[in-house]
Design a protein around this ligand. Structure first.
Ligand code: ADP
Ligand code: MG
Length: 719
């Protein structure tokens, strides 16, 4: 195999690209590169520290830093940065050159162990939800050795990016990564404890994730003419296109060349960064696409998804495309989501959600399946809260995405088995009984048979769960943290029950079956195989007592329920203050998103749309009066049409004023909950009301005078 780090990455030609394996990860300081470049004992110490989750000794850090610097300089890097994921949801970086003074007037390249391990960005403006009082506004970035350092190529040079965790002075988590890592550790421990009962010893259990990312691509020049796309990432106004997605001829259709070129470029960048991009295809809506990598440990999948979202945007620009990651860029057109595929696997690679080949393996499978059911049954509301955002509100439950009610889809085969266990006598868990129940035949589960229900927010798809309600622009770290935390808590409960059953003298199989049966009975309400989009399901879910937070305003309350707090605080995934800070930030971000949209819509209406409408009305009136001047009788319907448009424009002014007033009022509300409610209800309603009239005005306005690219232009095939 070619030495990846020896490649001159900027010269990878079209031809070289055919052998992905030869340059995969060439822009990362990955395990292989480390093994080759570090002294044996240093590499061993690094691996040991990684395995035990302890800090590197200063000597080891120094050696790693030196090797990393040499590698980075050889690759042409001039700068380095600690790369982190603050609670804004975007990534953050502050670049430093590798230089330091040597003798007066000259510099040398330097990068020390402490610069590798810890950084102190002037990051006081990142949201901390009050965690950092200003007098100790410092936040520290600490190297996350589990995520390989990588090189970002800029137009005039390269930067070494060191993935880090972002913590406060007292170690408080100020980012999305720290809680994710903590949740992975907790779920690993609980799963290991469970596995001991199945005679399996493993040093760790790893949460795995493969996120499928949807996005829209629109022509950059067109997008730049729309302030809403530039500043709010979605259209805040726009009449329906003449031909929408009704025809659904885009889905899985052939990919147009311009888009294919863009996708291939994105994939090349992904491969160089060690992101295992695997599939690409058209999505349901026009100009909507998807890219999905192969699954990885959840922390890497999270870092890689953040990187991918940035790559999509920057590579898009190179191709004259604006990549829209918003959940609902166009009203009336399917929005975008992110399917977060999740499973647990032992360090050796055994997937714990994969049905096995023996009844005993399948009992173990049923145990982990039950734990997941229990987790979603207990914390479905929290899972919903984790994906609540201003953007996702437009999509969830809008007959195109899973509803805001959390339920689990298992497929007919598994349901049949769970029903049989529920009805059967768990005490009789003899080998024959297990055969009768069909448990021994579990490997029969066909992947396709389980993947058909697209209306379910949390579906079992053969050997993993697929959380489909996540928004396309959201960092996956938080939903993953919630799943891990909830499953860890469920496993803890199941493990305790199993131990009690064993103590009472039950045989192993009977004890496991007894616990599984209890859980099946308890969690029945969460299982749903029908159409999640239907009105009937909403009513049925209410009868079952499932929580239904229809929007972010409602969902934000869930964070403050005792059970939600406990699932984080008990195992130490988040402390009380860390959790409070996050909830505070979620309120702020929601309010900010709505406020920005309102301001942008005001600007567009007041300075672009309404002046154009006035010009259009004036021109029409002029034309009519000129006709009259030469003795032509202007028919009443022509006058009526003009009058109607004038009346509508007047209504737009009224609604614009109402929207401005609603914004001022909401901004003046003191209490954070009440303010969120004012933005979510009053301001959003006022915005929607204005948009409605503007869309009607657009429908009857002279197209030459209309100041913005229209939906049909934005959604036309990209050629
Ligand atoms: P689809 O859902 O479109 O049918 P797949 O099921 O093949 O496609 O895969 C979707 C995503 O799920 C991919 O990112 C894939 O790597 C990931 N995936 C597959 N197996 C697992 C697993 N055991 N754990 C987590 N993710 C997985
Ligand atoms: Mg999928």
């Amino acid at each position: 195999m070619a030495k990846a780090q020896g490649l001159d990455t900027s010269s990878i030609s079209r031809l070289d690209q055919t052998k992905i394996s030869q340059y995969f990860g060439c822009n990362t300081f990955n395990e292989r590169t480390m093994r080759e470049r570090l002294q044996k004992d240093v590499y061993k110490a690094y691996k040991q520290a990684l395995k035990r989750g302890v800090a590197l000794s200063p000597e080891v850090a120094r050696s790693v830093a030196l090797a990393m610097k040499e590698w980075a300089l050889e690759q042409g890097c001039t700068h380095f940065t600690h790369w982190f994921l603050p609670m804004t949801g975007a990534t953050a970086e502050k670049h430093d050159a590798f230089i330091t003074w040597d003798e007066p007037g000259s510099v040398i390249e330097r990068f020390s162990g402490s610069q590798l391990i810890q950084g102190e960005p002037d990051a006081s403006s990142f949201p901390s939800g009050g965690l950092r009082a200003t007098f100790e506004a410092r936040g520290y970035t600490a190297w996350d050795p589990a995520s390989p350092a990588f090189i970002m190529e800029g137009p005039l040079g390269k930067t070494l990016c060191i993935p880090t965790a972002f913590v406060g002075y007292h170690g408080e988590a100020l980012d999305h990564k720290v809680p994710l890592l903590r949740s992975m550790e907790v779920v690993s421990r609980r799963a290991q404890e469970a596995l001991i009962h199945f005679g399996l010893q493993t040093e760790s259990v790893v949460a795995q994730c493969g996120p499928e990312q949807e996005y829209f691509a629109v022509d950059l020049e067109l997008a730049q003419q729309r302030p809403d796309l530039m500043f709010a990432n979605r259209t805040l106004q726009g009449a329906k296109p003449p031909k929408g997605q009704e025809l659904e001829d885009h889905y899985f259709g052939s990919i147009k060349e311009r888009v294919l070129g863009f996708m291939q470029d994105v994939e090349l960048e992904c491969f160089k960064l060690g992101i295992p991009a695997k599939t690409r295809h058209n999505e349901v809506a026009p100009n909507q696409f998807e890219i999905a990598p192969i699954y990885e440990p959840a922390n890497l999948a999270s870092d890689h998804n953040q990187l991918l979202m940035e790559l999509l945007k920057s590579v898009g620009e190179r191709h004259g495309l604006a990549i829209l990651l918003h959940e609902k860029p166009f009203a009336g057109v399917n929005g975008s989501g992110k399917h977060v595929n999740w499973s647990l696997a032992t360090e050796e690679g055994t997937n714990l959600l994969e049905p096995g080949h023996t009844p005993e393996q399948n009992l173990q499978f049923l145990y982990f399946l039950s734990a997941t059911l229990k987790a979603i049954h207990t914390h479905g509301g929290l899972l919903r809260a984790a994906i609540a955002s201003a953007g996702n509100d437009h999509r969830l439950g809008a007959n195109e995405a899973p509803p805001a009610i959390m339920s689990v889809f298992l497929g007919a085969q598994l349901n049949h088995i769970l029903d049989a266990i529920e009805k059967g006598d768990a005490a009789d868990a003899s080998a024959k009984h297990i055969l009768d129940l069909g448990i021994a035949n579990l490997p029969m589960i066909e992947k396709d048979a389980t993947d058909r229900n697209r209306t379910s927010p949390f579906a079992f798809t053969g050997n993993k769960f697929e959380f489909r309600a996540v928004g396309s622009s959201q960092p996956i770290a938080l939903p993953l943290t919630v799943i891990n935390a909830a499953v860890a808590e469920a496993l803890e409960g199941l493990n305790a029950r199993l131990e009690a059953e064993l103590k009472s003298g039950k045989e192993h199989q009977a004890a496991v079956m007894a616990v599984v049966k209890q859980v099946i009975v308890e969690t029945k309400a969460i299982r749903f195989e029908g159409n999640g989009y239907s009105e009937a399901w909403k009513q049925e879910a209410e009868r079952r007592g499932l929580p239904h937070a229809k929007d972010t305003v409602a969902a934000l309350h869930i964070w403050e329920q005792p059970a939600s707090k406990a699932v984080f605080t008990r195992p130490g995934i988040l402390g009380e203050h860390e959790l409070e800070a996050r909830v505070h930030i979620r309120h702020e971000q929601y309010q900010k998103a709505v406020a920005i949209e309102t301001q942008v819509l005001r600007e567009m209406a007041e300075t672009q749309i309404l002046p154009s409408i006035t010009a259009d009305l004036g021109a029409r009136a002029e034309s009519l009066s000129r006709l009259q001047a030469v003795g032509v009788t202007v028919p009443e319907p022509m006058k009526a049409a003009l009058q109607a448009q004038v009346t509508l424009a007047g209504e737009a002014q009224v609604r614009l004023a109402a929207m401005k007033a609603a914004l001022v009022e909401a901004e003046g509300v003191e209490d954070i909950h009440a303010r969120t409610e004012a933005f979510g209800n009053k301001v959003n309603l006022a915005k929607h009301a204005l948009r409605e009239v503007l869309d009607h005005l657009e429908e009857a306005c002279d197209a030459d005078l209309w100041p913005l690219p229209k939906y049909w232009q934005l959604l036309s095939p990209l050629v």
